[in-house]
Design a protein around this ligand. Structure first.
Ligand code: EPU
Length: 366
């Protein structure tokens, strides 16, 4: 509940704010204060008045965070809106997207405009500003494949920066923003999209087959980016729970990367193990498969249960009441069961926020 509202240069400033509905896992969380930013100048004005000792925490769409029940920090919420074309040629379009734009709405908008390249990233929950943080990826495409630059505010030095894709140091579900938490507030993202409707990437899983059903309906033989987008929406809706109906934060664990030797040994005992070859003689193993084989599909520790159709997703069956401690119990249990069976340690993907807004990595910080 909001107990007071004050204003700094038009910035919305709320004290003691309930964030249970602001994280897609629907964990109970009350923050000391929340500042909603609808333009960049508001951030500068806020920073000019804030104490250096005041802990700050940047919260975007809340789809990849695990919040504590009491968050003793000022929560900054980037909600700037706008999509601008910054360059256009017959082959490509450059756009600049403000951080508060809903990611999936952006994907649909670009396809409608005939600007292609984001179709594989349809239906990922969250806002555009958070997309570079975990380098969102799905169905063979990662954000880094489309991103040109990020405009971000460096909170410790109170300065704006233009980071190109190399500066962002992207990796699998990783970036400089994730590795140095509470340091950057992303306000704009620059993307380069293409205009060739015949160029699609549909080799992952069932994407090609499902996309062809859409093409066939319109008596076409070649699939388009719009068909791929529809296919991915279908596939995701079938497998992944809608956070509005069943709270979750997407994939809860990363797909672990193990050595080829370890993979070959596991294959001898588990011929159906799912793995994708990676550089440097490593293999990325499907964590959902490991969890299912450990007997935990639909299991966990109440009220945090793995999803019936995709064991990699943990769901909250007690929205607004379950806490981080409940998540820790389920996480511990799943990690230990998987380790016992496969000698692989799963690593959590969503960020773990402690009571003062600091970010934990592999460990819990409650
Ligand atoms: N699998 C199982 N049992 C399960 C889940 C998966 O056997 O319960 C098997 C599947 O049959 C398949 C393999 O594991 O052979 C991979 O499954 P899926 O295609 O569903 O993809 P994933 O590796 O589990 C990753 C991303 C997803 C993304 C999909 C599609 C990570 C951590 N997750 O999942 O991202 O949508 O690929 O590209 O890389 C997210 O980040 O929130 C997310 C959903």
């Amino acid at each position: 509940m909001t107990t007071a509202l004050s204003s700094t240069c038009g910035t919305q400033y709320q004290h003691s704010h309930n964030l249970s509905a602001a994280n897609t896992m629907a964990l109970a969380c009350t923050a000391d204060s929340v500042v909603t930013l609808t333009n960049e100048a508001q951030l500068e004005a806020f920073m000019a008045t804030t104490q250096e000792s005041q802990p700050l925490f940047v919260l975007s769409g809340g789809s990849n965070v695990l919040l504590p029940d009491q968050l003793h920090a000022t929560v900054l919420r980037p909600k700037m809106l706008g999509i601008t074309v910054t360059a256009q040629t017959p082959d490509y379009v450059d756009i600049e997207v403000m951080a508060g734009e809903d990611w999936h709405d952006l994907v649909v908008y670009t396809i409608d405009q005939g600007w292609y390249g984001l179709e594989n990233l349809a239906l990922i929950p969250g806002l555009t500003g958070a997309a570079p943080v975990q380098n969102i990826g799905a169905y063979g495409v990662q954000l880094e494949d489309r991103l040109q630059y990020v405009r971000a505010y460096h909170l410790p030095s109170q300065t704006w920066h233009h980071l190109d894709a190399a500066d962002c140091q992207f990796g699998y579900r990783d970036s400089i923003f994730k590795r140095t938490p509470n340091t950057w507030l992303i306000s704009r993202v620059g993307l380069r999209l293409h205009t060739d409707a015949t160029h699609v990437l549909a080799s992952y899983g069932d994407v090609q087959t499902v996309a062809h059903t859409y093409a066939k309906q319109q008596e076409r033989t070649q699939i388009t980016p719009a068909d791929v987008m529809q296919a991915i929406i279908d596939i995701r809706q079938q497998k992944l729970p809608d956070p509005k109906r069943l709270p979750n934060c997407g994939s809860f664990f990363q797909n672990p990367i193990i050595s080829q030797n370890q993979f070959i040994l596991l294959q001898a005992s588990y011929p159906n193990i799912v793995g994708y070859p990676m550089p440097e003689s490593t293999v990325k193993v499907a964590a959902g498969w490991l969890i299912e084989q450990a007997g935990l599909k639909g299991g966990g520790v109440e009220p945090i249960i793995t999803h019936q159709k995709q064991a990699l997703v943990l769901t909250n069956h007690r929205p607004y009441l379950a806490t981080q401690a409940d998540v820790a119990a389920a996480q511990d249990y799943i990690i230990s069961c998987v380790y016992e069976k496969f000698a692989i340690t799963l690593v959590r993907e969503p960020v773990w926020v402690n009571a003062s807004g600091k970010i934990g990595h592999g460990e819990y910080e409650v």
